[in-house]
Ligand binder design. Structure first.
Ligand code: G1P
Ligand code: ZN
Length: 542
C-alpha cells in the first residue's frame, strides 16, 4: 500500500559541492531523509516505469536509507531499481551502472572521504542519466522543492533483502540486487593492458594498496589480486566497515600515514596507492616520492596513450581552477584543449558528454575520464600501473623526467577546518572587496599581476557560476587561491591553494614548503588568516 505522509520543510537541504551532507543524527530526524528523497523525485520528470540505480559506500546508516529510498522509488512510480549487494556501490561503479543499463538516474549514499559512524557524516546525492552528479539546475530545483514540500510517498512493505543477488518485487517495482564489482571490473578490462600489468606482478613488481576500510576493498581485491595476480595482502584494510575503523577514509598524507610510511621506507614496494570512502579519490606514492594529485593528472594525461582505452589520444584535458597548471603544459605540448572549471566533478560532465575533454582532474585527489561521469580512484591506480608496466621505470624516474620536460609546478593546499563561519565569510568578503586594487601591489616580496573572483561560463550549455574562489596571480607564474569548502559539515573550512612554477630542472629538488615559502607568506599577508581565524597553522596540508 502506498502511503502519502504529510510533512513540513527543513530549511537546510541545499546540496553542496557534492550532494547533501550532514551528520548522521541530523539525517535521523523524523522525515529528514524522506523529505530530501521526495524533493529529488519531485524535481524530476517522466521517470514512470524507468530504472533507478541505488548504492552507497557502506557507511553507518547506509542500509536504513537504502530501504527508505527503495520504498519511496516504488511509491513514486519507478519501474525498476538496481541496487548493489549489501547496499554497496562505489561512486564510480554507480556511475558506470547508470550508464551501462541506461538508467534514468541514480541515488548515491556517501559522504565521500568524511568519517562515518553514529555521530559522523552521511550524504545523499542524485546523479543524472549520463552517470554524473546532477548539475546546478537540478540541485537548485531540489533545494527549492525541499523548501516547499508538504508530503512524501512511501510504499508500506517489508525490507528488501539486500544481501542476496537476484530480483524481487516491491509493489509494482522490480528490485534487482546486483554484484557491485562485476560490471566495473569488466569495464576496467576494456581500458587497460591487463596482460602487461599481470606480467609486471608476475615479474616481482610490488604494490601496496590501502582501501582505508572503505568501499574500494572488494573492487581492489577482485581487480588487483584476483584478476591481475598481485600477491594476497597487496590490498590492505580491504573490508568495508561502517565507521571505516574509526579513521577518516581520506587518501592524503595525513590520513593515509601508514601507507606513506611504508612507501618512504628503505624496503618500500614499487608503487603505493589508496582510495577514499566511496572510491572516487586516489592517492599515488612511488618508492620515496609522493605524487601530488595535480602532477598525477598531468602525468596520466601525458602517458594515457600507453593504455588501450586511450591509444587514440585525448580530446582535451579539464581541471578544476584550484588544480595546478601542470596539466595545462601537457595539453599545450599535445596540442589539445584545456578547460578550467569550478571545484566539483559536476562541472566536468558537459565537457565529457560533448567530447571536448577525455581526462579530468582536481587537486583534491580526484582523477577520471570519459569512461564514467565521476572521478575514479581505482581507474587512476590502474592507469598508473599500465604506464609503469609499459615504461618499466620507477615512479620517481617518470615524475622527474616529466618535470624536466614540462617544468615543475610546486603545489600545496592548506586547510583550516571548522573555523567560525562568520570569520571565514568575512575573510573572503574582505579579499573580494580589495580585488580591484590588488594588481600592481607588492606583498611579501611578490608583485600581484592579476586578481579575480573566479567565474565560469560553461562552453556547452552556456550556464554560468560565479564566486568560485578568489585567485591572486603573482608575476612569474606563482598563485594563491582562497575558497571555502562546500562539503564540510561543521563550521567553515578555508582552503588556501598555493602554487609556484619552476622551469629550471636544477631547482626541481626543493622541499615543497621551501619552494612555496614566499607564496605562503604572501597569502597570509593578503588574507590575514591568523588574525581573522585565530589559527597559527593549517590543520591539514596536502
Ligand atoms: C572537496 C574538494 C573538491 C571535490 C569535492 C568532492 O570539495 O575540494 O575538489 O570535488 O570535495 O569530493 P570542497 O570541500 O572543497 O567544496
Ligand atoms: Zn569520494
Amino acid at each position: 500500500m502506498i502511503r502519502t505522509v504529510p510533512t513540513t520543510p527543513f530549511d537546510d537541504q541545499k546540496p553542496g559541492t557534492s550532494g547533501l551532507r550532514k551528520k548522521v543524527p541530523h539525517f535521523q530526524q523524523p522525515n529528514y531523509v524522506e523529505n530530501f528523497v521526495q524533493s529529488i523525485f519531485d524535481s524530476l520528470e517522466n521517470f514512470a516505469g524507468k530504472t533507478l540505480v541505488i548504492g552507497g559506500d557502506g557507511r553507518y546508516f547506509n542500509r536504513e536509507v537504502i530501504q527508505v529510498a527503495l520504498k519511496m522509488a516504488a511509491a513514486n512510480g519507478f519501474g525498476r531499481v538496481l541496487v548493489g549487494r549489501g547496499g554497496i556501490l562505489s561512486t564510480p561503479a554507480a556511475s558506470h551502472v547508470i550508464r551501462k543499463f541506461r538508467a534514468f538516474g541514480g541515488i548515491i549514499l556517501s559522504a565521500s572521504h568524511n568519517p562515518g559512524g553514529p555521530t559522523e557524516d552521511f550524504g545523499i546525492k542524485y546523479n543524472i542519466g549520463n552517470g554524473g552528479p546532477a548539475p546546478e539546475k537540478y540541485t537548485n530545483a531540489i533545494y527549492a522543492r525541499s523548501r516547499e514540500i508538504t508530503e512524501y510517498r512511501i510504499l508500506e512493505a517489508p525490507d528488501v533483502d539486500l544481501d542476496v543477488i537476484g530480483t524481487t518485487m516491491l509493489g509494482q517495482m522490480q528490485v534487482e540486487v546486483i554484484d557491485p564489482v562485476a560490471d566495473y571490473a569488466a569495464l576496467m578490462e576494456t581500458l587497460f593492458d591487463f596482460d602487461a600489468i599481470r606480467a609486471a606482478f608476475a615479474g616481482g613488481f610490488r604494490m601496496a594498496f590501502d582501501a582505508m576500510s572503505a568501499v574500494t576493498g572488494p573492487y581492489a581485491t577482485e581487480i588487483l589480486e584476483n584478476r591481475l595476480g598481485a600477491p594476497r595482502g597487496t590490498v590492505r584494510n580491504g573490508t568495508p566497515l561502517p565507521d571505516f575503523g574509526g579513521h577518516h577514509p581520506d587518501p592524503n598524507l595525513v590520513h593515509a600515514r601508514d601507507l606513506h610510511d611504508t612507501m618512504m621506507a628503505a624496503d618500500a614496494p614499487d608503487f603505493g596507492a589508496a582510495s577514499d570512502g566511496d572510491g572516487d579519490r586516489n592517492l599515488i606514492i612511488g618508492r620515496g616520492i609522493f605524487v601530488t594529485p595535480s602532477d598525477s593528472l598531468a602525468l596520466l594525461a601525458a602517458n594515457a596513450h600507453l593504455a588501450p582505452g586511450y591509444a587514440a589520444g585525448l580530446k582535451g584535458i579539464a581541471r578544476s581552477m584550484p588544480t595546478s597548471a601542470a596539466a595545462d603544459r601537457v595539453a599545450e605540448a599535445l596540442g589539445i584543449g584545456i578547460y578550467e572549471t569550478p571545484t566539483g566533478w559536476k562541472f566536468f560532465g558537459n565537457l565529457l558528454d560533448a567530447g571536448l575533454a577525455t581526462i579530468c582532474g582536481e587537486e583534491s585527489a580526484g582523477t577520471g575520464s570519459d569512461h564514467v561521469r565521476e572521478k575514479d580512484g581505482l581507474w587512476a591506480v590502474l592507469l598508473w600501473l599500465n604506464i609503469l608496466a609499459l615504461r618499466k621505470q620507477s615512479v620517481r624516474d617518470i615524475v622527474e623526467a616529466h618535470w624536466a620536460e614540462h617544468g615543475r609546478n610546486y603545489y600545496a593546499r592548506h586547510d583550516y577546518e571548522a573555523i567560525e563561519t562568520a570569520a571565514a565569510n568575512d575573510l573572503v568578503a574582505a579579499l573580494r572587496d580589495r580585488l580591484p586594487d590588488l594588481p600592481g601591489q607588492e606583498v611579501a616580496g611578490l608583485t600581484i599581476a592579476a586578481a579575480d573572483d573566479f567565474a565560469y561560463l560553461d562552453p556547452v550549455d552556456g550556464s554560468s557560476s560565479a564566486h568560485q574562489g578568489i585567485r591572486v596571480l603573482f608575476e612569474g607564474g606563482s598563485r594563491a587561491v582562497f575558497r571555502l569548502s562546500g562539503t564540510g559539515t561543521s563550521g567553515a573550512t578555508l582552503r588556501v591553494y598555493l602554487e609556484r612554477f619552476e622551469p629550471d630542472p636544477a631547482r626541481h629538488g626543493l622541499a615543497t614548503a621551501e619552494a612555496l615559502a614566499e607564496v605562503i607568506a604572501a597569502a597570509e599577508a593578503l588574507a590575514g588568516i591568523r588574525a581573522r581565524t585565530g589559527r597559527t597553522q593549517p590543520d591539514v596540508i596536502t
